[in-house]
Design a protein around this ligand. Structure first.
Ligand code: PLP
Length: 387
């Protein structure tokens, strides 16, 4: 065991030296957007709870009722005994929202991505991933044993060149992108990627983790045969999904290993997702609020207009991001520093996630504090964002 501890200690030392070590901090979520850390109440701009639904009374009530009726656990994987009746309602609803024939709910978005990719492609196939695709898309791609190549972020011309060079040697090709990029907040050119994929008989998978429930409908999405997403962000609870055609979903339900070999969701999570979708449907103005708030923020700081509820402020070295985060915490704001390998080296940043639960006045105050307290860092960052 000595070599094991020596190994762990040396790794930790190296991470500490590079300002890349991560630590878990106990954080109680109060009435959102408030959280409690070290006994202090902070206003969170780091939760992906874009609509504040994690604490919505109707959503909580649905979870409690499902727990009372069905218990806290699923008992087994969905294919064994864990497929309680709420799943069918949720999958029908997701498919109808996405305009697909069918849907499959997974334990989480991460589990969906690592299960779906490997069920569809393998040896002899090629996966083309956007450079900035989420870690679980990269993980799913690697697990699949297909050949994996990345194209420059949102660069359809580069993706086209890779397809032209490699399509012939590959049995099937999967092209993978995100509708809204999780750490940059920009959007993928879905229409162009869908047309490119169709022209090469490649299959397009879009990860809508940060778009579902908060972005206006993009008509181009109808051209995307594999629409993945999560129930853990705007929907407020936990779980992941794939929406696709009936045959694809039937195949996923019999082949995706992260569905077959992992326990079903707690019934409360499925019921909460259904209730959250009801809340979203009943309040047509709600979904647009996070983007409106993000645009208040970018306007106040003179940044390019936000494309989504996520706004990054690139600071470069990890130390700078940690320092900026500490300054904002001292002022009562929780904005977690995002460092490599979550983002590419040299692009450590503050990532602001805006929610319908934020008051406009909170955003004005945040922008004011950034202007005053982070003037030196912010000047450089604004320059970087603009160039
Ligand atoms: C958060 C996220 C996931 C994972 O979803 P979970 O439900 O949290 O496991 C997948 N893809 C992207 C782009 C994400 O941001």
């Amino acid at each position: 065991m000595q070599s094991l501890d020596r190994f762990a200690t040396a790794k930790l030392d190296a991470l500490d030296k590079a300002a890349l070590r991560r630590r878990l901090v106990a954080t109680a979520r109060d009435a959102f957007p408030w959280v409690i850390r070290d006994g202090r109440r902070l206003l969170s701009f780091s939760c992906n709870d874009y609509l504040g639904l994690s604490t919505h009374p109707a959503v909580k009530a649905a979870a409690i009722a499902a727990t009372e009726r069905y218990g806290v656990g699923a008992g087994a994987s969905r294919l064994v005994t864990g497929n309680h009746p709420l799943y069918e309602a949720l999958e029908t609803r997701l498919a109808s929202l996405k305009g697909t024939e069918a849907a499959c709910v997974f334990g989480s978005g991460y589990l969906a991505n690592i299960g779906v990719i490997g069920a569809l492609v393998g040896l002899d196939d090629l996966i083309l991933l956007d450079d900035l695709a989420h870690a679980c898309l990269h993980a799913g791609a690697r697990l699949s044993q297909a050949r994996v190549m990345t194209f420059r972020h949102n660069d359809v011309t580069h993706a086209a060149a890779l397809l032209e060079a490699h399509r012939g040697a590959s049995r099937h090709v999967l092209v993978v992108t995100e509708t809204v990029f999780s750490m940059d907040g920009d959007r993928a050119p879905i229409a162009d990627l869908a047309a490119l994929a169709q022209a090469h008989d490649a299959w397009l998978l879009s990860d809508d983790a940060h778009g579902f429930g908060v972005m206006p409908h993009d008509p181009a999405i109808a051209q995307v045969p594999l629409q993945m997403g999560t129930l853990s962000k705007a929907v407020g609870g936990y779980g992941g999904y794939l929406c696709a055609s009936q045959p694809v979903i039937d195949l996923i339900k019999t082949r995706a290993r992260s569905l077959i070999y992992s326990t079903g969701l707690p019934p409360a999570s499925v019921a909460a997702a259904l209730a959250a979708l009801d809340v979203i449907a009943a309040d047509p103005g709600l979904a647009g609020e996070p983007l409106r708030k993000a645009r208040l923020f970018t306007a106040a700081l003179g940044l390019p207009e936000a494309e989504s509820p996520i706004v990054p402020l690139l600071l470069g070295p990890p130390e700078a991001a940690l320092r900026a985060s500490a300054v904002l915490a001292a002022e009562g704001f929780l904005v977690t520093a995002i460092r490599p390998p979550t983002v590419p080296p040299g692009t450590a940043r503050l990532r602001f996630a805006f929610s319908a639960a934020h008051a406009d006045s909170d955003i004005a105050r945040l922008a004011e504090v950034i202007t005053v307290r982070l003037a030196d860092l912010f000047g450089a960052a604004a320059h970087r964002v603009a160039s």
